[in-house]
Design a protein around this ligand. Structure first.
Ligand SMILES: Cc1cc2nc3c(=O)[nH]c(=O)nc-3n(C[C@H](O)[C@H](O)[C@H](O)COP(=O)(O)OP(=O)(O)OC[C@H]3O[C@@H](n4cnc5c(N)ncnc54)[C@H](O)[C@@H]3O)c2cc1C
Length: 258
């Protein structure tokens, strides 16, 4: 049974599947199970429950890249970074599922969890992340007011994985290419050091692989002194660990930081 306050997972239908870029696959989910899905959750996350034979289902977290209203409760888009096509070798259950599923299939979906929008009123926004964070970063940039200024540094697996993001005119996007995700911490940190932001009223939003998150955290929080009111930072996955093991590593890290 779902704990109190947490809605029971719903069964959604895969409505469509297409590549956004070579290493980013978009699935549209919808159907009758969307009845009662709360509106305005783009940028929030859902939990896919993927059956694993006789064992417990694998639970994997994905960002709602877009949400559209519709007669049957609407539909949501999820974007999957296809990490199996990298040198890390094997796909995890979510990536494998996304690559092989066909429209018409059903999937059990928990959530949605809340979005973490950028707080209004800062003079400069710095966003950083890899392809797993690209859906959330895109939602966040698209929601900024037309006069907002900022920079996003986004790591992608190839130049072809860059996407058009409809941001304000004063917002710059810098793309870093790291064929193998999870090894780009040094380049990411350098790009952010080089960005030249100064005494501005900065807000930083980071979601990345664990070691990149740690490198950026020690720079932004410890060197540049950004407190929690000006910094959101999270790891979305950890190289070499599946999501269950990453969750444990994340909890240990949070306890060590407390
Ligand atoms: C709040 C939140 C939102 C997220 N949103 C998205 C999203 O919108 N799109 C998205 O693609 N991911 C997103 N992620 C990350 C995603 O949940 C993880 O990448 C997850 O581990 C993928 O599950 P899997 O079953 O494919 O691989 P797992 O079974 O978890 O892992 C198998 C192996 O693949 C490696 N691995 C996992 N992810 C990657 C990766 N991205 N690149 C290279 N190797 C990897 C693992 O280290 C492990 O060795 C999000 C995570 C969080 C916490």
């Amino acid at each position: 049974m779902a704990p109190p306050n947490r809605p029971a997972p719903r069964t959604l239908t895969v409505l469509a599947k297409r590549h956004v870029t070579p290493n980013m696959l978009r699935l549209t989910l919808g159907g009758d199970g969307m009845a009662g899905f709360p509106p305005g959750r783009q940028g929030g996350y859902v939990k896919l429950n993927l059956p694993q034979g006789a064992g417990k289902p694998a639970v994997r977290t994905y960002t709602i890249r877009a949400q559209r209203d519709g007669a049957a409760g609407g539909e949501i888009d999820l974007d999957f970074a296809l990490h199996a096509e990298t040198a890390t070798g094997h796909a995890g259950p979510a990536t494998e599922w996304a690559m092989t599923v066909e429209p018409g299939a059903e999937v059990l979906v928990g959530g949605p969890g809340p979005a973490k929008p950028l707080p209004a009123g800062h003079s400069f926004y710095l966003l950083a992340g890899d392809m797993t964070a690209l859906p959330a970063i895109s939602v966040n940039i698209e929601a900024l007011p037309a006069d907002a200024r900022g920079l996003a540094v986004i790591e992608v697996m190839s130049l072809e994985d860059r996407q058009d993001i409809a941001g304000p005119e004063g917002f710059e996007v810098q793309w870093l290419v790291a064929e193998q995700p999870g090894l780009g911490a040094a380049e990411h940190l350098q790009a952010i050091r080089d960005a030249g932001w100064g005494a501005e009223d900065l807000y930083a939003w980071v979601a990345a692989e664990f070691s990149t998150m740690q490198a950026l955290r020690s720079y932004l929080r410890d060197e540049r002194g950004l407190g929690p009111d000006r910094l959101y930072i999270s790891s979305y996955w950890k190289s070499g660990l599946n999501e269950e093991a990453h969750k444990l590593a994340k909890r240990e890290d949070a306890e060590a930081q407390a």
